[in-house]
Design a protein around this ligand. Structure first.
Ligand code: CU
Ligand code: CU
Length: 692
């Protein structure tokens, strides 16, 4: 096994078994940190320093030198116990994590950064530590090119049925590494079909989807040093990425005979959806709480989390935001009026609603979305009388598992749509691309009829060993099952009626053709159900052009290997391949590109548009990092969002007068084709590449 070639990779050992002390050797080769003094040991271990040195020092094959530094003041960050629940949505926790990020970002050299991280690792809450360290690794110039391991490897207990861990321990104890068998996790483990919401559990509980969501929030933290938070159009991207999640979830619901998600806009009505995650948080001492159906939100008063707010606060913030949207302007913290402009308004609103530290007025517009997560997440013990902890919806790494996440975000989404409905509609001139005509659109899946997409189930093995801190060591695999689709190719014919080569942006979207009652949809409803499938730039020579594009090369997903990857293998640390990988780690999972469809075919409409490049492109240097995917949801590192138009164009606005259907919306540079998604209820075994 190759040892890490890049010294910066050593940082990643700190993410291995985060609850285990640093002096226990890490990685396959038993790396040990040579600390400059016993100050790094906690009070518990300091008296044992000599013994520990003898016990663990000798087997080490790799020794990592650690610089002496002035120990940072981490008193604020140590106020949360090592075994407590940590959530970014809780302001007090967020403040502590923000302080840690400040410390990490402020370290002058890589060596000092490593040293400070090691010191903090032993003292602060491990979840908070992993979050703050990940944000710092992603944003520091001296570490931003190293790959972060997926959170599911660091904390597999946030992603997998709790039962797997006791089985894994048993397996590790009885079998040698080479003869261990993967622990099978059934597709249905959180509920039965009695709960109709369970029909879409494969989406909500998909590991890749939850990893994407976590990683997105690492790239776009809403708290911390302003330089990290203040990214180009981050408020707007908060809207667009979550809006697309919502559209995708509704699409899956339609495929499974369920209606659209109902908004959670009445904060006093009972929550009809219960959720029992079966997640155990085995690495901490508390399990994730469960929520039976029918709970009602209560005022929150939890001294332990320094958390006091009323449901009335949420209502006030909601009403103020809605009023601002209808007035078309907000009031900033200096009392000045700021217009919600056609292009920039959604960004301002995104930061207000989320709310990030960029919110223009936190006093007035509050912290609605974050505290919404909290209020729902602690509905079962709002005043801490039962000493209970939170449900997964209060933790960004697990929130998407719970059906109520989508109800909260349907509400958030509606606020953005409310604003978008006040904006000028796109004119034909803003939609058309004179001279360009799309004449044919087809989708081809190998071995299937034209315009047929196919989905099925795929098993995969996920290595747990980096996250479970029991011995004996070595790989232990969990075998999961996820949705998968057969790869396909788009074939698009375009006529360029001019005499010169023209460039354009191809935009591909798909939506269900009928609504939940099986009747054709009005454009104004269908437009917000369109999911983005791809977006790319083409050159069009005069006359006929044939564009063929593989589904795997799209603008939003990353392949499985990028979602899950190994710490020591395939990490040369230099060269284009590893560049910007932390941004590459952000992206919708490729296996969830296409909704499940239905046996016999689920009817959809595939929309293709070629837009005028002059209104699309942002002028900036071309990137050399070999990571072209996923920019639609994740943006580009250190650069502007790679397009000028409003995110969601051309579906983000109400249609022009006279347009009631998708057909009426079309200009010559657009085309719609009927496609159907066929679901085959077969399960493929794990690909060979999974076994290492
Ligand atoms: Cu989110
Ligand atoms: Cu949220």
């Amino acid at each position: 096994m190759a040892q890490t070639a890049n010294p910066q990779q050593q940082m990643l050992y700190l993410l291995e078994r985060p609850k285990e002390p640093y002096f226990i050797p890490k990685g396959e080769r038993g790396a040990v940190f040579d600390v400059p003094s016993n100050d790094y040991l906690t009070d518990r271990f300091r008296p044992l320093a000599d013994e520990l040195g003898n016990r663990f020092g000798e087997e080490a094959q790799v020794r990592i030198p650690v610089n002496p530094i002035t120990v940072p003041d981490i008193s604020l960050a140590t106020q949360l116990g090592r075994n407590e629940f940590f959530s970014l949505f809780i302001p007090y926790h967020r403040e502590m994590a923000g302080r840690l990020i400040d410390i990490f970002m402020g370290m002058r050299s890589y060596q000092d950064f490593l040293s400070a991280s090691l010191f903090c690792r032993e003292r602060v809450n491990p979840y908070m530590f992993v979050y703050a360290l990940s944000v710092a690794i992603l944003h520091r110039n001296d570490t931003k090119n190293i790959r972060l391991p997926p959170l599911s490897e660091i904390f597999p207990d946030k992603y997998l049925d709790a039962r797997v861990f006791s089985q894994a321990r048993e397996e590790a104890n009885v079998a040698q590494e080479s003869s261990r068998i993967p622990i099978e996790i059934p597709r249905d483990y959180t509920a039965s079909d009695l709960d109709e919401e369970h029909r879409v559990a494969y989406f909500r509980e998909d590991i890749g989807i939850n990893l994407h969501h976590w990683h997105w929030h690492l790239v776009y933290p809403f708290n911390g040093p302003r330089a990290i938070v203040d990214k180009d159009r981050r408020g707007e991207l908060f809207y667009y990425m979550h809006q697309q999640i919502q559209a995708r979830y509704n699409f899956e619901r339609f495929c499974n005979g369920l209606g659209r998600v109902k908004r959670l806009h009445d904060f006093r009505a009972p929550l009809p959806e219960g959720y029992f995650s079966k997640l155990d948080n085995t690495m901490a001492s508390r399990v994730y709480a469960s929520r039976p159906a029918g709970m009602v939100l209560q005022d929150i008063s939890r001294d332990v989390d320094q958390l006091v707010f009323d449901i009335q606060d949420l209502e006030r913030w909601r009403d103020r935001i809605i009023e601002a949207i209808h007035l078309g302007r907000v009031i900033n913290d200096k009392g000045e009026i700021v217009e919600l402009t056609e292009m920039g308004g959604v960004d301002v609103l995104g930061n207000i609603i989320e709310a990030s530290i960029l919110s223009i007025n936190r006093n007035l517009y509050g912290d609605m979305h974050n505290l919404g997560h909290v209020a729902i997440g602690i509905v079962h013990d709002p005043d801490f009388r039962h000493l209970e902890t939170y449900t997964p919806v209060a933790d960004p790494s697990t929130a998407m598992r719970d059906p109520v996440f989508y109800r909260l975000h349907a509400f958030v989404d509606e606020l953005f749509h409310m604003h978008k409905r006040t904006l000028p509609r796109y004119t034909v001139a803003q939609l058309d691309y004179p001279g360009i005509k799309v004449t044919s659109v087809e989708v081809m899946t190998k071995g299937r009829n034209k315009n047929e997409l196919a989905t099925y189930w795929q098993k995969r093995d996920v290595d747990l060993s980096r996250g479970v801190d029991f011995s004996p060591r070595g790989a232990v695999f969990a075998r999961i099952t996820h949705l998968q689709h057969e790869p396909f190719v788009y074939r698009i014919l375009v006529e360029n009626g001019s005499n010169s080569t023209m460039s354009g942006t191809v935009r591909i979207f798909m939506a269900p053709k009928f609504d939940e009652r099986k009747i054709p949809m009005l454009f104004r409803d269908q437009r917000i159900l369109f999911i983005e499938l791809d977006k790319f730039v083409v050159e069009l020579k005069p006359k006929t052009n044939v564009i063929e594009r593989a589904s795997t090369l799209n603008s939003l997903t990353i392949p499985w290997e990028q979602t899950f990857r190994d710490l020591e293998v395939n990490t040369p640390g230099t060269g284009a391949e590893s560049q910007a990988n932390n941004y590459c780690g952000c992206g919708w999972p490729e296996h969830m590109l296409i909704p499940k469809g239905a046996p016999g075919g689920f009817p959809c409409e595939l929309f293709v548009m070629i837009s005028n490049i002059k209104d699309d492109l942002v002028q900036q240097p071309k990137r050399q990092d070999g990571c072209p995917n996923a920019a639609s949801f994740c943006g580009l590192r250190d650069q502007k969002y790679p397009e000028k138009r409003s995110m969601g164009y051309p579906f983000d606005r109400m249609p022009r007068t006279g347009v009631d259907t998708l057909k009426q919306f079309l200009t010559p540079n657009m085309m719609v084709t009927d496609v159907s998604i066929h679901h085959f209820d077969r399960t493929e075994p794990p690909p060979k590449s999974d076994a290492k």
